[in-house]
Write a protein that binds this ligand. Structure first.
Ligand SMILES: [Ca+2]
Ligand SMILES: [Ca+2]
Length: 249
């Protein structure tokens, strides 16, 4: 299932223009930009301004990983693999798209294997928790046109452990923990795919999610909320359709 996303990423990457990374990868990007002779104006808040073009700007922060699609087209994904521990970078992506936008978001909490646990065998062996926030701004008007909020519809396709007490076992197996792992529904990224049967996302506070690192480098609109499915710890992979804030561009 993770491979599916990766394959699409490889196929569709030429369409995407991922512009900046405010986190561990940001420094690499900055150095690369300087080498290439780009100028990176520094804003008053100390953040380098994003560069590139594209009418829409998406700011995304995920614990731990995301991929953002405009309809079926991948416009950008988290540059830090989901297997990276403590991956809390944000990304800023510019893209062009026809109105009305269809915004599809895949978000994954990291897990070491299908037990759903992380840090297996260490003293902090546990089911990790997720959380994601997105805002999309129309750069022509400066208006925020889409955000993750309580109207976002999400489907959980990976839930584990089903028996969280397995986290206290010495060598927990998938059988000990239990998991429900499914496939992405065929065609779910299509604008015609009806997501009204999916549950509305749960809105979480910054404290619930434990925001850090790249999250703090983005100026989030008040309407943009941290969301996840109903269980921040046990729901590991979610597919979400992010609603628009306005019916007109
Ligand atoms: Ca996590
Ligand atoms: Ca988890």
């Amino acid at each position: 299932m993770g491979d599916q996303t990766g394959t699409e990423a490889a196929r569709q990457r030429p369409v995407a223009r991922k512009i900046g990374t405010w986190g561990g990868g940001g420094l690499v990007f900055l150095i690369a930009a300087i080498i290439q002779g780009c100028t990176l104006p520094i804003l008053g808040n100390g953040q380098p301004s994003p560069i590139g073009s594209g009418r829409y700007r998406a700011d995304v922060w995920a614990d731990n990983w995301f991929a953002l699609y405009s309809g079926t087209i991948l416009v950008g994904e988290d540059s830090v693999p989901v297997t990276t521990e403590r991956s809390f970078n944000a990304e800023t992506i510019f893209f062009d798209a026809e109105w009305p936008l269809t915004l599809n978001l895949v978000a994954k909490d990291s897990k070491e294997n299908d037990t759903g646990l992380e840090y297996i065998g260490k003293t902090n062996q546990q089911p990790g928790d997720g959380g994601v926030i997105l805002q999309v701004t129309d750069t022509r008007t400066g208006k925020v046109v889409a955000v993750t909020d309580g109207r976002t519809r999400c489907l959980v396709i990976d839930r584990a452990p089903l028996r969280p007490a397995c986290a206290s076992l010495k060598n927990p197996s998938v059988a000990d923990c239990g998991a429900t792992i499914g496939e992405e529904p065929s065609g779910w990224k299509s604008p015609n795919f009806d997501v009204t049967a999916w549950l509305k996302a749960t809105v979480y506070s910054e404290a619930d999610v434990g925001v850090k690192d790249g999250y703090l480098g983005i100026k989030w609109d008040r309407s943009a909320k941290l969301v996840w499915a109903g269980d921040l710890k046990l729901d590991n992979t979610i597919l979400c359709r992010v609603p628009l804030l306005t019916s007109t561009p």
